[in-house]
Design a protein around this ligand. Structure first.
Ligand SMILES: Nc1ncnc2c1ncn2[C@@H]1O[C@H](COP(=O)(O)OP(=O)(O)OP(=O)(O)O)[C@@H](O)[C@H]1O
Length: 477
């Protein structure tokens, strides 16, 4: 039998022991050690790591067997192994997140059939390979989901059909309803964290990034998220909401529907998702996904209940869920779980986070907006005086002035010019106007200044009015 060494960096982690082929020996042998690095292989004297399943951001996952159960059930042993050059503080944060995964699995997983159960959480102290010191390793043992994650399924199929995606959507929504009802936010919904068991049941994995939604939440996020799937409020380190998970779930759905990476479906120029043309599906589903994908959390659906209502699917399956399968046994896949169309009473509200004014960082702050308006008015006045004096008849001067002004407004909107640039441009224009003062119809400089100041004030007033109308509309619509 082969045992896999869990010491990070072990050069030959695969160890073969012929005597362990005998079940009696396997169940009673006190310990086995890695022939390359000397690490204890039987964790806690109980868990037998067999192979590496994969490595994530914070650790490695191993397929293992539990020799204290009659059928030596399969399980997943996750080991805390933060990657990259992390500072001591970052390692501490990562370790806390790993511990949180264990806490959340104990609280949520052991109470929901579609979240892996937590079996054990422990640390091991072993002699270091490189110094005289001891190394401490942290392990988390959880239920093994014998199946494929959605990323693997997508790689096989290329694209998922509407029905397949609706099934995933509805099943994950049911799990999320439970997670949110327990005042938690998953924060890392993506295809590789959604698994389909061989019996057809959908599971949600990877609760390391879960954040408590109520109570002592710090308003800032820890920056744990998956690029492409995380919404703006998460990537900007803001507060997260149930709607944060709904956004990532919608990105997952469009990725599965189109087979394209989220980055290829997002048009950064218009700052919007551009996926509908890539696939044919029901307008209702597309509309629901589009609303889940809105950049501002307050504009998305606020809860799973709202999404299920919009999908008009009801909230509960019309048949009882598939029977539990004892881990480690292969099961024949039953038909996918159909979803009821009968309406059910809406569930209690998920979490009631304080209504966010807006979680996306505005492209321009109010100060920038008013400063830009002052610049546009001031500079526009100067340009109008200069160009209407230079070009005759008057309409040509006005036309050229508007053209130059449009270029300046466009350059501000793209941030080609901003902040101190605006002062420099105004200064240069004023200096030129002064040097060439003989040309202008308004020969007296104080008069020019009065005109342009007036124009600047009008521009500020107009911008402030627009800002006010926009704020009121976005609050009430
Ligand atoms: N309970 C489980 N049952 C079956 N496979 C699992 C289980 N948990 C994790 N895996 C598999 O193990 C692999 C590694 O998982 P892990 O959670 O460590 O990282 P990840 O999800 O790939 O990455 P990240 O943590 O950065 O999101 C993945 O392929 C995942 O599908």
């Amino acid at each position: 039998m082969d045992l896999y060494c869990t010491r990070p960096g072990c050069l030959r982690p695969q160890n073969s022991f012929a005597d362990l082929d005998n079940t009696q020996v396997l169940k009673t042998v006190p310990q086995k050690y890695c022939t390359t690095c000397g690490m204890s292989l039987i964790l806690l004297g109980r868990y037998l790591p067999l192979k590496l399943l994969g490595k994530g951001g914070f650790g490695a996952a191993f397929l293992a067997r539990d020799r204290y159960t009659p059928a030596m059930r399969q399980c997943v042993v996750k080991q805390f192994q933060p990657s990259g050059d992390l500072s001591a503080d970052q390692i501490e944060v990562a370790k806390n997140l790993f511990e949180r995964e264990a806490e959340v699995l104990e609280q949520l997983g052991n109470n929901h059939p579609q979240i892996p159960d937590l079996f054990a959480f422990f640390s091991l102290t072993v002699p270091s390979r490189t110094s005289n010191k001891q190394d401490e390793f942290f392990y988390l043992v959880q239920e093994f989901i014998d199946g494929q994650n959605m990323e693997e399924e997508l790689a096989q199929k290329g694209q998922l059909s509407q029905d397949e995606v609706v099934e995933v959507l509805v099943e994950v929504l049911k799990i999320l309803r439970f997670v949110h009802d327990n005042h938690s936010i998953h924060r890392d919904i993506k295809p590789s964290n959604i698994m389909r068991h061989r019996n057809g049941r959908i599971y949600l994995l990877d609760f390391g990034a879960v954040k408590k939604a109520a109570g002592a939440t710090s308003k800032s996020s820890t920056g744990i998220y998956s690029t492409g799937y995380a919404p703006p409020e998460q990537t900007s380190g803001g507060q997260v909401y149930p709607a944060t998970d709904l956004y990532a779930l919608a990105v997952t759905c469009i990725h599965l529907l189109t087979g394209k990476e989220p980055g290829d479906l997002f048009d950064s120029y218009s700052n919007s998702w551009n996926w509908r043309s890539q696939v044919t599906l029901s307008a209702r589903l597309a509309d629901v996904l589009d609303r889940m994908l809105l950049a501002t959390p307050s504009q998305r659906f606020q809860s799973v209940a709202e999404v299920t209502a919009a999908l008009a699917l009801g909230a509960t399956p019309s048949v009882s869920p598939p029977p539990p399968v004892s881990p480690g046994t292969a099961a024949t896949p039953p038909p996918p779980v159909p979803v009821s169309t009968s309406p059910t009473p809406p569930p209690p509200p998920v979490v009631s986070p304080p209504a966010p004014p807006s979680m996306t960082r505005p492209r321009f702050s109010t100060l920038e907006l008013l400063g830009g308006a002052a610049f546009t008015g001031f500079e526009g006045g100067l340009i109008a005086i200069a160009l209407t004096s230079l070009f005759q008849p008057l309409w040509i001067g006005v036309g050229v002035s508007l053209l130059v002004l449009s270029v300046l407004v466009w350059a501000q909107s793209r941030r080609v010019i901003e902040k101190v640039d605006l002062v420099i441009i105004t200064g240069i224009t004023l200096a030129l106007m002064y040097l060439l003062r003989g040309f202008w119809t308004l020969t007296f400089f104080p008069n020019i200044l009065i005109v342009v100041t007036f124009a600047g004030l009008i521009a500020i007033a107009v911008a402030a009015l627009f800002r006010l109308v926009y704020t009121l509309l976005s609050r009430f619509l």
